[in-house]
Ligand binder design. Structure first.
Ligand code: CTP
Length: 404
């Protein structure tokens, strides 16, 4: 009874592998979960809602607007069924997820009960794509599957083997037992240990204008800060993300504030500092800015251009000096003697913890999806981590913050 008391919402879209979901519902039920099933209209071509209703013990949801019992007065709940269903679930599993359903989810299209419920779901959403190999490897689908991950959905990679088309390749829905194990892992791993915590995170670069078209900036992609925001929100934290310019999408359940310059970031941080339990400065704030900003565009002249700069405000230092209730976490980007410099910064800036990364190490740095970090806390404990995804590194950083 590993899933006793868990509420599982299973979304089935129209692929041949939909038949495997009958077995999946049985596995969930056998281990004590309560299961509700949503089907897209095209899924009805592959499996009967009568079977799924009998197996799950609940009415299968297909229509956006359910029939209302004339003997019962209409409640808000029946009119906004998709919202309440999304709120009900501890986990929302979509299997099989067709190329079409994935594309709709990525673009926020909510034209059926399944896709509308995805938009309103507050639980983790686990998506298991299944389709023919050519459809799966098509650039549009691959982009959409990557986008799912960036948006914070959990994706089960399809398996290779014989496909419905008779061809063989990647695209098979994994066996029900495999999807069951992923669900179990997500439910037990989806710790809500940051529930009630208010966390302020900064991310990305800052752009310091030279004139109306040029700026001083750096290569930060914002991925580390966005991964922290996503991981913290998934663990139940109330997250405010102050970010410089990036191409990244806002993680689910995160309040985002966009800024451009170090000064704007400083003001946004100060404005949002109240009642925070943790502040994480993962932004690559520019250390210098042009002393004055030229109106319009500076014309090219014969000689070299010299830009006079001045220091930007050190936000981390300000936060250390004015520390109240919050724990303060800094980042250090060093290319040499990183551990010694980082230890010095803990003291100098009154930090509780520092995350060190050296952009020269393979797999670490600005543009990569991976990072190689060392975490040092104010008691002198030092932990080195191997190369891992920025999302996993974020998980380790949050685990350490809980020990402060
Ligand atoms: N930081 C900040 N405000 C700045 C510059 C940096 O709050 N104006 C923060 C970053 O968000 C990061 C930390 O300071 O958490 C470390 O930045 P880094 O550039 O590595 O170090 P500095 O302290 O600026 O020192 P140095 O450049 O001499 O290494």
């Amino acid at each position: 009874m590993e899933l006793l008391g868990k509420k599982i919402l299973l979304g089935i879209s129209g692929g041949i592998a939909a038949y495997k979901c009958c077995e999946l519902v049985r596995l969930y039920k056998k281990s004590g979960a309560e299961v509700k099933v949503i089907m897209t209209p095209s899924a009805l071509n592959f499996v009967s809602p009568v079977t799924l209703s009998a197996l799950s013990g609940n009415e299968v949801m297909i229509n956006m607007f359910p029939e209302v019992d004339p003997n019962r007065s209409e409640t808000v709940e029946t009119k906004t069924w998709h919202i309440y269903t999304g709120m009900w679930a501890d986990v929302f599993v979509i299997a099989p997820a067709t190329a079409n359903t994935i594309a709709k989810i990525v673009h926020g299209i909510s034209d059926n009960f399944l896709t509308a419920t995805v938009l309103s779901a507050r639980s983790p959403v686990l998506i298991s794509p299944a389709m023919d190999e050519d459809m799966y490897l098509n650039e549009a689908t691959s982009k959409n599957v990557s986008a799912l991950k960036e948006l914070g959905y959990w994706v089960i990679e399809p398996e290779s083997g014989e496909l419905a088309s008779g061809l063989s390749g990647i695209g098979r829905l994994p066996e029900p037992e495999t999807i069951y194990q992923h669900t179990l892992k997500l439910l037990s791993g989806a710790k809500k240990d940051l529930e009630g915590k208010k966390i302020l995170i900064t991310a990305g670069p800052t752009y310091e204008p030279i004139d109306d078209v040029r700026f001083l900036g750096n290569h930060s992609s914002g991925k580390m800060g966005f991964s922290l925001a996503m991981a913290a929100a998934q663990r139940g934290a109330d997250v405010t993300l102050v970010t410089g310019p990036t191409m990244l999408k806002t993680p689910r359940n995160v309040t985002r504030i966009d800024i451009n310059t170090a000064e704007e970031m400083f003001n946004a941080v100060k404005d949002n500092l109240k009642a925070k339990d943790v502040v994480i400065m993962s932004a690559a704030v520019a250390d210098y800015k042009p002393k004055s900003i030229v109106q319009g565009k500076i014309k090219k002249t014969a000689g070299n251009m010299t830009i006079e700069t001045e220091k930007t405000v050190d936000i981390l230092e300000y936060l250390g000096k004015n520390k109240s209730e919050y724990k303060l976490v800094g980042f250090a980007l060093e290319t040499e003697n990183e551990i010694d410099y980082a230890k010095g910064k803990i003291e100098k800036k009154n930090l509780d913890m520092i995350v060190v990364n050296n952009p020269k190490v393979d797999g670490a740095g600005f543009k990569t999806d991976t990072n190689v970090i060392t975490i040092i806390d104010n008691k002198g404990s030092q932990t080195e981590y191997p190369k891992m995804s920025k999302f996993d590194a974020a998980g380790n950083i949050l685990d350490k913050i809980l020990t402060l």
